[in-house]
Design a protein around this ligand. Structure first.
Ligand SMILES: [Zn+2]
Length: 292
């Protein structure tokens, strides 16, 4: 028998068969990864259409507080004769995927952009101090309409998932007789303005499996933006501080606006009784002018 085999199938033909088989196996394995990723995509689509990713949940109190910041900011800018500027916020939540508050952080704003200080340690510190989470990011366009600009979309894709905590959602992907479980990360956002308009979106970051040998690992991720989604308003607790005086103080102490060739803290542009606006700016510009 051995002789017959070796005479019928010489080594090169056997090699060829082996290669064909390996190739076929490879194709099947790659196909599995493709099917798995399609299953994950479909599960995410279902959530975007009808599930947890189809809307943003926010308390009316959080919206009112943000609107309080926005209108006080407009009044301050009008008073100082400064043109329209953007304003950014952190969106705050408790343990539930609901926006329950906003937080103003140190920032540099201009008419089309706002740079907010954000880093990994910040969420940790905020949680220790308040017991709450920095879930995501939101901003105001001031006197302009509400929509997601190209910059906003790129911020949502590249910066928000990296630095904000977001919310987590388990999805199930039917696989044979089983359901495979994957975890989706999502980041709600709202764009607001002086008129009280509000536009909501959800940035979704979900796993993409790749084949590693014989196993399929969620080692990469895909992004999807659900924009113009409805907001489900929830009754919540009234966050502090809420009054105009504390809001104005907060804005003055944290927001830097364009001034001459750089930026200056909002408080430096406030006219005072002792000295005029120009005088105060001159006195303060050396210490507080920030050039990006
Ligand atoms: Zn924007």
């Amino acid at each position: 028998m051995n002789n017959i085999t070796s005479s019928l199938y010489d080594d090169s033909f056997l090699d060829y068969l082996q290669q064909r088989r390996a190739l076929a196996e490879q194709l099947v394995k790659d196909r599995v990864a493709k099917d798995l990723n399609k299953g994950i995509d479909d599960a995410v689509s279902r959530e975007v259409e009808n599930g947890a990713l189809s809307h943003v949940k926010m308390t009316r109190e959080a919206r009112d507080r943000a609107q309080g910041y926005i209108s006080n900011f407009r009044d301050i800018l009008d008073g100082a004769g400064i043109e329209n500027q953007e304003l950014g916020f952190y969106l705050i939540s408790g343990d539930q995927p609901v926006i329950t508050d906003i937080h103003l952080n140190k920032q540099w704003v201009n008419p089309i952009h706002c740079d907010i200080v954000v880093n990994e340690q910040m969420s940790e510190r905020y949680r220790r101090r308040t017991g709450k989470r920095i879930a995501s990011w939101a901003h105001s366009h001031g006197s302009l309409s509400v929509f997601l600009s190209g910059t906003d979309i790129s911020t949502l894709k590249n910066i928000v998932p990296q630095y904000y905590e977001g919310f987590k959602l388990d999805i199930e992907v039917p696989w044979g007789d089983d359901n495979l479980k994957y975890q989706v990360h999502y980041f709600p956002t709202v764009v607001m303005n002086n008129a009280g308009d509000i536009y909501a979106a959800v940035q979704v970051k979900y796993p993409k499996v790749t084949r590693q040998g014989d196993s399929y690992m969620p080692s990469r991720h895909s992004m999807r933006l659900a924009s113009g989604v409805p907001i489900r308003w929830v009754q919540g607790e009234r966050p502090e501080p809420y009054d105009d005086k504390s809001i104005r103080e907060d804005l003055m102490a944290k927001v830097r606006v364009p001034y001459r060739r750089g930026y200056t803290l909002l408080s430096n542009l406030m006219p005072s009784q002792e000295s005029g606006l120009e005088e105060r700016v001159r006195n303060n510009s050396k210490q507080s002018l920030y050039v990006q």
